[in-house]
Structures are given as structure tokens and as C-alpha cells.
Design a protein. Structure first.
Length: 361
């Protein structure tokens, strides 16, 4: 059909999945079964929408025939009015079909590891990192997600040099995946006596939670070291050798975890972060291999890319990737980021639709 990629490969995929779901051992692997069922439902919607579009096109042709072959002015006028509505409906159906043709990201439904690190700006950057952490936690609370801290390092000013946490819930990665990058803040620091505006930054990395089936870590490729965890003093200080550091030799990645009093819990959390980082690296390599123009992708996940500016004096937030400016910074810092995340998802979807349309021409 004009303007759309061929439907046949999608119907063949639906037929393959349907046969696979009839197998007695289909539900032995719950995660794989869940992903296949979700894909099957999307393909069924695509098939039904395509059939509706075919009916709409048949009606459009009937009305065009009436207009060209009939001499009754009233009937021709009615056919023209009907044709206008049908053509609008056809375009809407095409857009829905293109959305359904976009390959589902299997990691969208996964829990998510978020890492925030203070960048340039000293103490002010660490305070901003803490503000971002608070913003994400409040948004997570509004979505009913669970927040589990994995590791953190506080700054003398009361912020975070870095903090890593896990978000668990429904479609977490789908919502959060566009947050990776450099977040820049412009404001007057609390330590600034002259009232001068400073610019500082924090980096955010958003990683889909990986499991052992996704990433196999060879024990011979990691080096685990144990140390006494540092604490704030007083009764809260950790007096056991529970802090864990894991070095992944092939990549040089280092993961530290000291938030728990249990060495085993810290090791489990550190391995969870390491797997997620390795999965993200693997996905990035695959993406780079096939992406024609990565700069057009909203969710590139590149922490070196400045994605957003938070201007406190003007109560303004600007997302540089999509040119979106919002003048509600206090509400955003309080966790009201649903509108922002939806705009990023819509922009990414529109870019993918353009790509599909080009293929269908």
C-alpha cells in the first residue's frame, strides 16, 4: 500500500509467533513468553488496523467513482463530503499502522538502573546531582515505582558525588531511557554571596536491568576486592569489611557498592550494576552498527551529550534535542516530568515513523 512498508513480513512474523505459542513448553521461559505475547498482541493490532485501512480505501474508491460517473448534484456533493472524512480517517489509520510497525524494544518493560554523577561545578554540581535524584524519586513515587539505592558517595556540601539506584515497576525503561546525557544547571549557588549565577552539570546514565541470561560474566574475568565501608561516624558507621569493588578486566569497568552492611548484598548489587552496564554497552555496539544517523535518535544514551538546561532564575527548562522549553521548573524539580518524558517519546516515535515512511516509498 502506498506510503507504507509491505505488510507481509509482519503477518509472517505473527504466524510464526502464533504457532510458537501453541507449543506445550512455550511458558517454560516466563520472560521470553511475556515478550512474545506482547509482540503478538502488537502484530494482531497491526493486522486488524491494516484490514480497516483496506476497507477505508475501498470506500474512498467508491466515492471517487460516484463523483466521476454520477450526474446527480446532491449525490455528488454527499460523496465529496464523505470522501473528505474518509481521506482524513485513512491518514489517521496510516499513522497508527506506522506506529505499530515500529519494532518493540524488548527492554522497555524492564526495571532500570540509573547512575547520576556530579560533573563540572564542584559542590554545586553535587547538590544538583542530589536534586536530580530527588526529582526522579518523586516521579517514581507518582508512578508507583519502587526505588532501591545501590551505591552512593556523598559530597561535603550534602549532595552526591555519585549515586546509583534501581527503579522497579511497569514500563520503567520505556519512560526513563531518554534521560541519559549531560544535564546543565544555571542558578545562584547557596554558597555564592554576590548573587552571581553559576553554571554546573551532572551526568545521567539510564541502563535497562540485565539478568544472567542476558550477560554471562566469566568469574575469571572479574576481580573482587573487599574493604571496610566508610560511614558518617557515630552509631551509623559500618565496622565490618563489607564494601565491595568489582573490576571487569576485559572492559576496565569498576563498580563499587558499600551501602549495605552485608558483604553478600553489596556483591549482589555490584554485579547487578555491572551486568546492566555491559548490556548497555552491547546494545550500543549493535545500535552503532546499524544506525545510519545516530544524531537523529532521541535516546542515544551518550552521557557526553548536553541534553538539557535547567535555568532557575527564569524558571525555565529547555531540552535541546527536541527544542522544547517549559516554564514550570519548580514543578519539574518536584517530580512533575511526565509531560517532558511524553514529548521525548513522541519525538522519537515521529522520527522512527519518518524512517518507515521513507522505506515504504
Amino acid at each position: 500500500m502506498e506510503g507504507l512498508p509491505p505488510i507481509e513480513p509482519f503477518l509472517e512474523r505473527l504466524d510464526t509467533l502464533s504457532k510458537k505459542m501453541e507449543s506445550p513448553d512455550f511458558y517454560n521461559d516466563q520472560r521470553a513468553a511475556s515478550q512474545a505475547s506482547r509482540e503478538c498482541r502488537q502484530l494482531e493490532k497491526l493486522r486488524d488496523m491494516y484490514r480497516s485501512l483496506e476497507k477505508t480505501h475501498a470506500q474512498i474508491q467508491e466515492n471517487k467513482d460516484i463523483i466521476s460517473e454520477n450526474s446527480d448534484p446532491e449525490l455528488v456533493e454527499l460523496a465529496k463530503e464523505d470522501l473528505t472524512e474518509l481521506e482524513a480517517a485513512s491518514q489517521t489509520q496510516k499513522n497508527e499502522i506506522l506506529k505499530l510497525m515500529i519494532p518493540a524494544d524488548p527492554t522497555d518493560s524492564r526495571n532500570t538502573v540509573v547512575e547520576i554523577r556530579a560533573g563540572t561545578g564542584g559542590d554545586e554540581a553535587s547538590l544538583f546531582a542530589a536534586d536530580l535524584y530527588r526529582m526522579y524519586c518523586r516521579y517514581a513515587d507518582s508512578r508507583g515505582w519502587k526505588v532501591e539505592n545501590l551505591s552512593s558517595s556523598e559530597s561535603p556540601a550534602g549532595g552526591f558525588k555519585e549515586i546509583c539506584f534501581l527503579l522497579s515497576g511497569e514500563d520503567v525503561y520505556r519512560s526513563m531511557k531518554y534521560e541519559s546525557g549531560t544535564h546543565r544547571v544555571q542558578r545562584v549557588p547557596v554558597t555564592e554571596a554576590s548573587g552571581r549565577i553559576h553554571t554546573s552539570a551532572a551526568t545521567v546514565a539510564v541502563l535497562p536491568e540485565a539478568e544472567e541470561v542476558d550477560i554471562h560474566i566469566d568469574p575469571s574475568e572479574i576481580e573482587i576486592s573487599i574493604a571496610r565501608a566508610s560511614g558518617p561516624g557515630g552509631q551509623g558507621v559500618n565496622t565490618t569489611d563489607s564494601a565491595v569493588q568489582i573490576l571487569h578486566k576485559p572492559t576496565g569497568m569498576i563498580v563499587k557498592c558499600a551501602d549495605e552492611r552485608s558483604q553478600l548484598k553489596n556483591k549482589t548489587k555490584a554485579l547487578k550494576v555491572l551486568r546492566s552496564r555491559l548490556l548497555e554497552m552491547k546494545q550500543r555496539e549493535e545500535h552503532d552498527k546499524y544506525a545510519k544517523n545516530r544524531r537523529e535518535q532521541i535516546g542515544s544514551g551518550d552521557r557526553s551529550e548536553r541534553i538539557r538546561t535547567y535555568n532557575f532564575p527564569q524558571s525555565r527548562l529547555t531540552d535541546h534535542r527536541i527544542g522544547l522549553t517549559l516554564h514550570s521548573l519548580p514543578q519539574i524539580m518536584d517530580g512533575d516530568i511526565a509531560e517532558l518524558l511524553k514529548a521525548l517519546e513522541d519525538a522519537d516515535c515521529a522520527a522512527r515513523i519518518r524512517e518507515l515512511t521513507e522505506k515504504g516509498q
